[in-house]
Write a protein that binds this ligand. Sequence first.
Ligand code: SF4
Length: 882
Amino acid sequence: MTGTRTTCPYCGVGCGVIAGRSAKGAITIAGDADHPANFGRLCSKGSALGETLGESGRLLHPIVRGQRVDWNVALDTVAHGFADIVAKHGPDAVAFYASGQLLTEDYYVANKLMKGYIGSANIDTNSRLCMSSAVAAHKRAFGEDLVPVSYADLEVADLIVLVGSNAAWCHPVLFQRMLAAKAQRPQMKLVVIDPRRTATCEFADLHLPVKAGTDVWLFNGLLAWLHRSGFSDAAFVEQYTSGMAQALAVADATAGDTAAVARACGLDERQLVEFFALFARHERAITMFSQGVNQSSAGTDKANSIINCHLATARIGLPGMGPFSITGQPNAMGGREVGGMATMLASHMDLENAQHRRTVQQFWNSPAIANKPGLKAVDLFEAMHAGKVKAVWIMATNPVVSLPDADRVREALRRCDLVVVSDCIAATDTNALAHVLLPAAAWGEKEGTVTNSERRISRQRAFLPLPGEAKPDWWIVAQVAQRMGHREAFAYENAHSIFVEHAALSGEDAAGNRAFDISGLAEISGSEYESLPPLRWPVPARIARGDGGDSFSIAQRFYHPDGRARFIATAPELPVHRTSQEFPFALNTGRIRDQWHTMTRSGRSPRLTSHITEAYVDLHGDDAERLGLREGLLAQVTTRWGSAIVRVRCSGEMQPGSIFVPIHWSDQFCSHGRIGALVNPVVDPISGEPEFKHTPARVERFAAAWFGFALTRSSIDTSSLDWWTRSDGTDCVRTELAGQQSLPDVRAWAAHLLGSGEEQVDYRDDSKGVYRSAVISGNRLQSVLFIARNAELPDRGWLSSLFRKKVLSIADRDLLLLGASARPGADHGPVVCSCFGVARGAIVSAISKQSLQTPQDVGRVLRAGTNCGSCLSEIKQLLAAR
Ligand code: SF4
């Protein structure tokens, strides 16, 4: 296939993409069959990348204090602003807050400026929110932040244990690879450890619905049981590790009694022992963990308790085995490599190590070098709130939505003297607080590299021109650095010149002492960089340009000074804030299948918004009933830190006492859906990662006097509404509405909300609180509004489809205010298969009418699930429900 080979900008799977053009000139997106991460597959998000491009909604020009300015003015404003504050208050009074969305080259330049030239380590990143606990655990166990497993290992493993990972939705292509391997070798076992019964569980041989926050009990229990049962590998432990006795003593003391472990974890003891026995029986065992482990006040200990079990049984360093942290973001790993976090230096060197500091400072020839860790994300914004950090530059991220206690983050930014945001999107909750807005290049316009979860470095390549005055992030940072007086050190010509410097630094004084070494790439030419194939580090000079493709061999060594891996004694701790009478639910937050982060890009794709159109709180059916809630109503979720109003959902995934709300909705899409504002700001004491998975919460019915929805050709003014949420569909904009006061003159109110047209038809029944209206112009539907006292409103599917029609038929007009087609099955509910636009109703109907038995049957009949496979779990659920 011809086109530009690049990499998906969403999750840490790091799939290869080929961006091409159709005969009509439209951008086409396809999976790269030669890319070793995905071999041609893309999930629903990757497949819809083409719909997120274009200039609509882009930040295209520099803006200073609300005025459009040229780049010179903007860059001078930033450079002088930062320099002045450093001069007056010292280097620690300024900060950068970066993102796992940045390319490695962008990250490298930002880190160099902050740590080597400003002289502070106050550069942290939103990667702190997703995998910093895994990084801290790797460093404690291995001496370096290394991931000892590859995707290919997953395919040869005999047991895959997924802990706190809804891989079916969050790392879909990798999950599909696991399922394909399992289909080839049905003896491969899949165990899911997760408080929720997620889509991933549909394919599991065993699901352990562990009580939130009890993972350390479980893995301490496993360690103690393995040792007691004779499964420890004494020779490996003796030769390659240290600290097992201490770790085992703590495991025995806290989790030596399997029945007690089962009770602590809320599990059936037989199931627990079944898991222990599975782990013991399968030498090729991989424990893949993700945010459910990391996002915790004990995240680092949780990760180390997992690693301990692999060290005890020597299940590491050979094909098909090892502990595997899967990253959330496309370049979380690349950011770690360049040291783009407050706790690292560069090239996996340590801030606290004087020799490392000398090495980096000499290499950079820099006037300064940070000599102590900077502020981690939550502490950084707290320091802004306290007035200690006075200037911040936020790059490619949206902390007013994504950080915990997000209202306080908003206030912290208000208190800053200087807030700079570089972003490709114009309107975000964070941009609203910026003094300076800098237009950054978006995916498809940037050149550079990213590193995925298996240490594979891949190129992102530009296939679109830079729109407006947008510039690559590295260029923006380098220009500011030059204006701060560091002309020579930041005189980069292009991404290649940065990459080779980064590669050269990784080899400085490495001499086999650091795992991250890509000095074999330090002398690649511009054209070699252009055509760089995906490759896994390390690529040291001595095997120049090879591919460190295999798992780390235990023969190589670990990276503590004694060359040994370390067991870490992990004492179990419950979450810091416990549920109580006032806040009886444990609030868990996370991603949904078809959205990414704060929806600034994925929210632009009608295909992606059609799967789940609005934020929701998922709770157990018994809890819902007790609270007088049912699907479709609105609930207010309140914590000590904030409150949200979202739709009620009872998916069947939740345990009693637990609730789940997705993280994606911002003030741009919903009046009360910004869930970060509810999350407690407690962090893991070692990694600084926030406890996104456990905040005590209360749930109440939102007392709405009426519910409704509007379908319109463009966005409506929502400023006077008590509650609303918006999704941009293919044919119309859908706004769900609710109000706490009745609408005395609903007709006038509707006319004000929707505007006028040539024709307006409406229906009103005050006794039932029902009002329905439609505006038609030129025989085309312009808008509809449906209001009801209860939440029972017609499906939006058929009405939405009328916006596609150039002319409304007589039958359409007759049924318009009924809100339903005369054709049975025309209202199909939410889209399940985004690739082929197959809705839930169509699948349910086909299953029933044609007696379909398997996802393959459904695929044969409807094509659903036959492309990316992201929806296979839901299809399986629908089959099971029948
Ligand atoms: Fe992108 Fe999906 Fe691949 Fe993740 S799994 S990199 S979101 S295509």
